[in-house]
Design a protein around this ligand. Structure first.
Ligand code: SAH
Length: 278
């Protein structure tokens, strides 16, 4: 087993149970074309390869790429791209490989230090949803982040990340993965989630405004929304607006689910939140 490099967030998965749960969660079909971010030593890669039509691995660590090339050279349906997933233009990199295009699923044990940017690259953002996201994304990530992504309103973990991700995808909690499932064990526990990107049924009329409201609302999450959002609307009219939406006028940011946030944003004149310079 190669020495794990901290700067690349390397923790080798060693638990058979966790590997099996990730593979099962991906619900792979023989026609699937899968992307794996950070194949590392290839432990997950080897389990995915027999199940799919094509697998593209993107690995930043040159030494690992050498190992992967050596050990997986016989796998016809494996393509390794060496580089940084965050800056890579995947479509351009795949242009010369006709058998490895139209990726429809992602399965990965990702480096935790770049979880946010990976999510944004795969899903886009509220203001710029990914124009052609893949069908499903199964990720092993830090448990705390997994909880935030799949949180329900009014729970401790429900925050801006919950709203941002749930705006872009359905999110399912799959399972816990303890730190001891890895070598070396990370300092935090982990979990597997599955995201299914989809256009939101009722989008925000002004996505920039929604983004601003979420940012302001969750900035001080213990405060009531009517106090948090004063720069957008005075307290009284805000309380009335919340009430007219069937919400408690004393609600806090965490009490509003995804649909409530969109409804709130759509009841405020588009552009209001931009005019206040946010
Ligand atoms: N999938 C392997 C390794 C997981 S550790 C396993 O389960 O054992 C995370 C992996 O992501 C490492 O191999 C690391 O080198 C790679 N990685 C880190 N940053 C990356 C980036 N920006 N682009 C691509 N791969 C990256």
């Amino acid at each position: 087993m190669p020495q794990a490099r901290k700067q690349f967030g390397q923790h080798w998965l060693k638990s058979e149970a966790a590997l099996a749960q990730i593979v099962e969660a991906a619900q792979l079909l023989p026609s699937d074309r899968v992307l794996e971010i950070g194949p590392g030593t290839g432990i997950l890669t080897r389990r995915l390869l027999p199940l799919v039509e094509a697998l593209v691995g993107v690995e930043i660590d040159r030494d690992l790429c050498e190992i992967l090339r050596k050990h997986l050279s016989k796998a016809q349906n494996f393509l390794l791209l060496e580089g940084d997933f965050l800056t890579m233009d995947l479509a351009a990199s795949l242009a010369e490989f006709p058998d490895f295009q139209e990726i429809n699923k992602v399965v990965a044990n990702i480096p935790y230090n770049i979880t946010g940017p990976i999510l944004e690259k795969l899903l886009g953002s509220i203001t710029q949803p990914h124009p052609a996201p893949c069908q499903s994304i199964v990720l092993l990530l830090q448990k705390e982040v997994a909880e935030r992504i799949s949180a329900q309103p009014s729970s401790k973990s429900f925050g801006a990340l919950s709203v941002r991700v749930q705006y872009l995808a359905d999110c399912d909690w799959i399972c816990d993965v303890p730190a001891r499932a890895f070598q070396p064990p990370p300092k935090v526990d982990s979990a597997v989630v599955r995201l299914r990107p989809r256009p939101i049924p009722t989008p925000a009329d002004d996505p920039h405004q929604l983004e601003t409201l979420i940012k302001l609302g969750f900035a001080t999450r213990r405060k009531m929304l009517r106090n948090n959002l004063q720069s957008v609307m005075e307290r009284e009219p805000m309380a009335e607006l919340l009430e007219s939406l069937g919400l408690n006028p004393q609600a806090r940011a965490e009490d509003l689910g995804l649909r409530d946030w969109v409804r709130l944003s759509n009841q405020i004149q588009p552009g209001t939140a931009h005019q206040i310079g946010l």
